[in-house]
Write a protein that binds this ligand. Structure first.
Ligand code: F0G
Length: 502
């Protein structure tokens, strides 16, 4: 059977309209599935604790998946940050690391690769993505300034607010719709951007921020055309365009797949076009480059001079910026590997498989499938749970009980109360099941689908959560909660009845 699934041995050019230009393989069975274009050469043993242990563990963790211990977790889908699988080439490069406080050759190799791929005059290293945000906010944000953006990220927003600034999110209308056919839900609304600048005056705008692979939207990309339109607005008002490229790998793949004018371009060429449109480009190497670190690329000499002063103060000397030399070597190779379509397709294609399989079973998920992970729509999954009882937090706890899978709450729990102590209800109640790059096999994904299906069939057993300990800041990291009734005991008992201990 000839299937309409774009897997993927070698790209060929000028193929089907609108679906990118991927080679297809013929498969014999009915089901279509993505294929891993790598093999596993180092493994880590996993254990699947029985449901009785899972109930103990989630109770001990205060129903907060951040507080679970790894030994109690079967599949860790908390994040794709710092947990991607390294390639053999990355591991090999780590042995070549040149360890010195100043002037390390390792650093110059990284700097050269960054300049080759992204084409900026200057590069500054930092220990991870939020450190880049800290440096940029220190220099660019003054009290009462505004930073318009396609979508915020938690740490970005916190750094801007700490400086007395304000974030204005101008996500396109489709971005906030759980289900849509829009291929670029991460686009910014360009008209609203212009209106905002006109209304507030360009002096109040610190910079315009675009985030690749919109994390909090469910890993949704922006289009190259949208970024071009933002560039035009920035030129018109002489504003800096800053790109958060942490999730660029996914965004690149979607541009190639979904944006017609880019179907025949190489990933390298698309990367160059994106970078050329930006004044500043920063990234978390924990995502982009599959190592642990980060950096800021920029063109302007005077901005460079201002930022450079802060690097030794907050990060480390200019030739390591808080990173280990081994990780820098791995990042240099990891960034180059990002130009390989086989590498960057793995996450999005596995996520798409998971999303399509869940949707086919009637389970509410964010569509179209994005990068980063599969996102369950907890509001639709658990309509019986009041938003004040944290449906996404409850679903994350229930999923751990039913599977040993750890996801992350991305809803009201991840918000902060306002200054009067009132809840700020999130427009989206999601549970994120992140797929770190090259880590999980297809059978593990099938296990996840199967257990989510069981949970969906038994969703009426799931209740809400309430805080027992609620920190004022970043409560989703440290807060502890309890179930509003004995629903977790009932759910564990039903699981045991239907499926046994595992
Ligand atoms: N920007 C985006 C878009 C991110 O997704 C992250 C991290 C950061 C910046 C900060 O980078 O972690 O290296 O300091 N996202 C992680 C996540 C934490 O789980 O989504 P960092």
């Amino acid at each position: 059977m000839d299937v309409d699934y774009p897997y993927l041995a070698k790209p060929y050019h000028g193929a089907k309209k609108g679906r990118g230009s991927m080679t297809k393989i013929k498969i014999w069975s009915e089901e279509t599935f993505p294929l891993e274009m790598h093999k596993v050469r180092i493994v880590q043993k996993l254990t699947l604790p029985p449901v009785t242990r899972r109930l103990e563990a989630i109770t001990a963790a205060g129903n907060n998946t951040f507080l679970l211990r790894n030994q109690d977790i079967f599949l860790d889908m908390l994040t794709d940050s710092g947990v991607n699988a390294m390639s053999d080439r990355q591991q090999a490069a780590m042995l070549l690391a040149d360890d010195s406080y100043a002037g390390s050759e390792t650093y110059f190799r990284l700097e050269q690769k960054v300049q080759e791929l992204f084409g900026f005059k200057h590069f500054l290293p930092a220990h991870q993505g939020r450190a880049c945000e800290h440096l940029l906010a220190q220099v660019l944000v003054q009290p009462d300034m505004i930073v318009p953006m396609n979508v915020h990220f938690t740490t970005t927003k916190a750094h801007i607010i700490l400086r007395g600034g304000q974030v204005v999110e101008l996500t396109c209308a489709e971005g906030m719709q759980v289900n849509s056919r829009h291929p670029f839900k991460g686009n910014i609304d360009v008209e609203q951007l212009e209106d905002l600048i006109e209304k507030e005056g360009r002096e109040r705008i610190a910079f315009v921020r675009m985030e690749a692979g919109g994390n909090l939207l469910g890993g949704q990309p922006f289009s190259l055309a949208n970024l071009r339109a933002v560039r035009r607005v920035c030129d018109q008002y002489q504003l800096l365009l800053v790109l958060d490229a942490s999730l660029l790998a996914d965004n690149l793949y979607f541009i190639k797949q979904r944006e017609q004018e880019c179907a025949g371009l190489s990933i390298r060429a698309i990367t160059q076009q994106i970078a050329a449109l930006c004044d500043v480009f920063y990234f978390s190497g924990r995502k982009l480059g599959c190592a642990r670190g980060g950096g800021v690329c920029l063109r302007d000499d005077s901005l460079f001079a201002q930022l450079r002063e802060l690097v030794p103060l907050y990060e480390g000397f200019l030739t390591y910026g808080g990173m280990s030399v081994r990780e820098m070597e791995a990042m240099t190779v990891g960034l180059e590997e990002t130009m390989d379509e086989d590498m960057i397709s793995h996450g999005p294609e596995f996520i798409r498989y998971m999303v399509e399989q869940l949707a086919a079973r009637g389970i509410p998920v964010v569509t179209p499938a994005g990068g980063l992970g599969c996102h369950l729509d907890a509001a639709a999954f658990l309509p019986q749970v009041n938003q004040a009882q944290y449906p996404a937090g409850a679903l994350a706890a229930a999923l751990y009980l039913a599977s040993g899978i750890r996801g992350m709450e991305r809803g009201t729990l991840s918000e902060q109360r306002d200054q009067h102590g009132r809840e700020v209800f999130s427009p989206l109640e999601l549970v994120r099941l992140a797929l770190p790059r090259r880590v999980f096999t297809l059978s593990q994904i099938k296990y996840a689908i199967d257990r989510i299906h069981w949970l969906y069939e038994n969703r009426q057993l799931i209740g809400g959560l309430t805080f027992t300990e609620e920190p004022q800041n970043l409560r989703f990291f440290f807060g502890r909660l309890q179930p509003t009734s004995d629903w977790q005991t009932a759910l564990a008992a039903k699981f045991q009845h239907d499926l046994g201990p595992f």
